[in-house]
Each structure stands twice: as structure tokens, then as C-alpha cells.
Write a protein that binds this ligand. Structure first.
Ligand SMILES: Cc1ncc(COP(=O)(O)O)c(C=O)c1O
Length: 439
């Protein structure tokens, strides 16, 4: 073994000792495999839709070029198909402009790595995605001007903004800073929605609109919520539109989850778009999205914007409600140290809004002190449910993460509930006979 491998192996061994070792596992969950997928982000089961497949195949049959894009967007990869898709998405979301990225990761790294300037502040929910952190790390904003607030907590945000306002007053007269506020619409681990209007109301108290830049990452809600799959911000009427209304200035819509493809689009002003084209290295120095993906995205958005998309979104809500109606009673009997839902968000979603409250999210984290063992137990019974451990979640937040999909077989949902009940029974201690009888 060379010195490099020796050094790296020592680090891997340390990670193994901490129970944090990652390895790749592949499962065949196609029909007839005997396994049901409860881990993918294909929330609308769009990737296996026969009609969409047919539409995509006939779309590419009419194109002379269907593989790669041959270069970066600034060179040969800037095809009319890419631009047409951007225009279409800008229209669909009523956004001032749209810029495609190869992934949501690239989009966040590009935006947070370049848009905030050294005199600005970046305020972010403590649970924002790793890509936002990578972007912030690459930015020229000093560490003490990047400040987190407690997850989904308007009071914590107010405290942070109060401090920033005091600090900014000391530097009055210098260039006015922009205060960036970063959050996700639907968080990927706890399956909880951000109280977006409440957080924006707090921002309005402390920061004049002209100095705000709110960015909402809709990775887990793109295609899945709102009319035409336009997402949570649109459903709330908070997105900045072409006529200028709406407090969320930048939206990140990704295509690898509910849209069933890959890539992402950043919806922002023309100036932000032009700035990223000029300065964002992941955009400038990488081959553009392959044409095969651009055409797949056209077909996927045809589907999502049609009545088929609406039907699928409604079916997903039915599926979630079916599962929650059954897992709820099970958890009510179960000692929380065996299995429990994450703590409820400190702030309930505002009443009277068009969005469903937390349980109508397709992501259900079940906290367990032994997620690897629980995942293996479920796999033996035909259910692919993946464990999530630190550092992906904070210590103590170990869990299995159940992802529901529209149209998932109800028999499989019942089976998963039975398997969870079996697991709970195994973990019951002596003296818990009353609980055992209820399961
Ligand atoms: C909240 C959030 N943002 C961004 C990303 C990155 O998106 P992509 O998978 O398209 O790189 C993810 C992916 O897991 C995510 O969950």
C-alpha cells in the first residue's frame, strides 16, 4: 500500500469506529424484484410512468442530436434547446429569468459562492443543505458575517437580525449590505415545511426590502406542490414575479427528485443570472446539461403541468395520509426511545394557507437509536428504507427515512407498518405486556 492509501485508510478506519462509514449499496426495486422502494425521491413515481416514457421516446426520435451537449454553455453547449427550456421555465414560474445548472448542488455552490459580497451578511436556517454550506465556504464573506438561526424559528431569526442591525449601524455610511436569508421550503430529513411567511415577516421588521435577498431551496417540493408543480413559494404567493411582487427573490428548483430527471434551475433577476454566467465557476467550466436531459425535462414538465401531474400530486397526498393514519397509532403506543417522529416544528404552519401541514410531506423520519439494524430488519422483509446517521443528521437524530411515492401499492404500505410493529415488539422490555397486546 502506498503512503497515500495508508493515510487515507487510517482516516476511513477512524470513521468506521465512529459508525459513520459510508458505502454504496444498490437495490433492484423493479416490479417483480420482491423489494419495495421506500427511499427514492421519485415522489410522484414519474420515472416509471409509461405515458411519459412514450412521450420522451417520441420526442428524442424527432431530434438529430440526443446525447451530450458537447461543451459548456458559454461555448458549444449553449444550444437553442437549453435556452428554450429556460424561457419555458421562466414563463411557467412567472420568474424574471431562469438559469439552468447541472445539479442543485452546482446551483447552490454557484449562488452562495458568488452572489454575496464581502460587506454582505448571509443568514441561514441551521438545517440548510450541505451545498449551501459549500457555497458559503467558497464565498468572500467573512466567517462572522455568515450566521445561522435555529431551525424554522422566527424568534431566533429575529435575534440574529437584531444583532446584525446593531452591527450595521456602527458601519453606517459605508456601502449598504444585502442581507441574504437562506432556507428550504420542505426539509429533507424531518419532512417539515418552513414557516416562510412568518420568517419573511420577521425579515421585514429588521431589513428594508431593497437590502433583502431571500433564497428558498425547493429541492424537495419542485413538481410536488402547488399548481403545475410550481412549488411552495408560488403556492404562498411569495415568489418574485415579472411584475415584481413577492418577497422571495431567488428560488432554486431542482430536477432530480419530484421531476424525475437531473439538473436544476435558478429563478432570479436578469442581473443575478448574468452575474452567475460571468462568475460562477461550476457554470462556466462544466459541460452543459446533456440534450437527452433537456428533452427529458421538456417531457417531464409537460407531464407535471398537465392534469396528470395534478392527479399524481393528489394521489401522493392520499398515500401520505393513508400511511400517517396507520403509523400514528403505532407510534402512540410505542416508547419514544424505540421509535418516534422528530419533534414538531416550533412554529406551526400558518392556518388558512393553501399548504398542508407537516404530515402531508412524503418524507417521514423515524428516529431510532439503531437505524442500521432497523433498516436491515426491514430489508429482510422486502422494504428498502435507508438509515441516516451523523454527520448527515445531528447526533441523537439517528433515524430511518421513509420516502413515500404516489401510487405506491397500499399492500406494501400495510406490510411496512406490520414490519415496524414487529420491530417495536422485539424491542419491548419486560413489563410492557400491555403495549405488546395493542400492537
Ligand atoms: C435541499 C437540497 N438542496 C440541494 C440539493 C442538491 O440537488 P442535486 O441533487 O440536484 O444536486 C439537494 C439534494 O439532495 C437537497 O436536498
Amino acid at each position: 500500500m502506498g503512503q497515500l492509501d495508508t493515510n487515507l485508510q487510517a482516516l476511513l478506519d477512524k470513521r468506521k469506529q465512529k459508525g459513520r462509514f459510508r458505502s454504496l449499496k444498490e437495490y433492484d426495486t423493479r416490479a417483480g424484484s420482491g423489494l419495495t422502494d421506500f427511499s427514492s425521491n421519485d415522489y410522484l413515481s414519474i420515472t416509471t410512468d409509461a405515458g411519459l416514457r412514450e412521450a420522451y421516446v417520441s420526442r428524442i426520435a424527432s431530434e438529430p442530436m440526443v446525447l451530450g451537449s458537447t461543451g459548456s454553455r458559454l461555448l458549444s453547449g449553449g444550444t437553442p434547446s437549453h435556452r428554450l427550456l429556460e424561457r419555458r421555465l421562466a414563463d411557467h414560474f412567472d420568474a424574471p429569468s431562469a438559469l439552468l445548472f447541472n445539479s442543485g448542488w452546482d446551483a447552490n455552490v454557484s449562488f452562495f459562492g458568488n452572489a454575496p459580497q464581502p460587506h454582505d451578511w448571509v443568514v441561514y436556517d441551521e438545517l440548510v443543505h450541505a451545498s449551501v454550506h459549500s457555497g458559503m465556504r467558497a464565498s468572500r464573506v467573512a466567517a462572522d458575517r455568515k450566521v445561522q438561526f435555529l431551525h424554522n424559528d422566527p424568534e431566533s431569526l429575529a435575534e440574529v437580525l437584531q444583532k446584525i442591525t446593531t452591527e450595521s449601524k456602527k458601519n453606517a455610511g459605508k456601502t449598504k449590505p444585502t442581507i441574504f436569508l437562506a432556507m428550504e421550503s420542505l426539509y429533507s430529513m424531518d419532512g417539515d415545511f418552513a414557516p416562510i411567511p412568518s420568517l419573511l415577516d420577521v425579515l421585514d421588521v429588521y431589513v428594508p426590502r431593497a437590502q433583502q435577498c431571500v433564497i428558498v431551496d425547493e429541492a424537495h417540493s419542485t413538481g410536488v406542490y402547488g399548481s403545475g408543480g410550481r412549488g411552495v413559494v408560488d403556492a404562498l404567493g411569495e415568489g418574485t414575479t415579472r411584475t415584481g411582487s413577492g418577497r422571495v427573490t431567488v428560488r432554486l428548483m431542482t430536477f432530480g427528485k419530484g421531476v424525475g430527471c437531473s439538473g436544476a434551475v435558478l429563478l432570479a433577476s436578469e442581473t443575478v443570472r448574468s452575474f452567475l454566467i460571468n462568475f460562477a465557476r461550476p457554470f462556466i467550466f462544466s459541460t452543459a446539461l446533456p440534450l437527452s436531459t433537456v428533452f427529458a425535462l421538456e417531457s417531464a414538465w409537460d407531464f407535471l403541468g398537465s392534469s396528470k401531474g395534478e392527479t399524481r400530486r393528489a394521489l401522493l397526498v392520499d398515500t401520505i395520509n393513508y400511511f400517517m393514519d396507520r403509523v400514528g397509532p403505532l407510534l402512540a403506543f410505542t416508547r419514544p426511545t424505540i421509535l418516534r417522529l422528530p419533534d414538531p416544528t416550533p412554529v406551526p404552519f400558518p392556518d388558512g394557507r393553501t399548504l398542508p401541514p407537516r404530515p402531508a410531506a412524503p418524507i417521514i423520519g423515524l428516529l431510532s437509536p439503531t437505524p442500521h439494524a432497523l433498516s436491515a430488519f426491514l430489508l429482510e422483509r422486502g422494504f428498502v428504507v435507508r438509515p441516516v446517521v451523523p454527520p448527515t443528521v445531528p447526533p441523537g437524530g439517528e433515524r430511518v427515512r421513509i420516502c413515500l411515492r404516489a401510487g405506491i401499492d397500499l399492500g406494501a404500505l400495510d406490510g411496512l407498518i406490520r414490519a415496524l410493529a414487529e420491530w417495536v415488539k422485539l424491542k419491548l422490555a419486560d413489563g410492557e405486556e400491555e403495549v405488546r397486546a395493542k400492537l
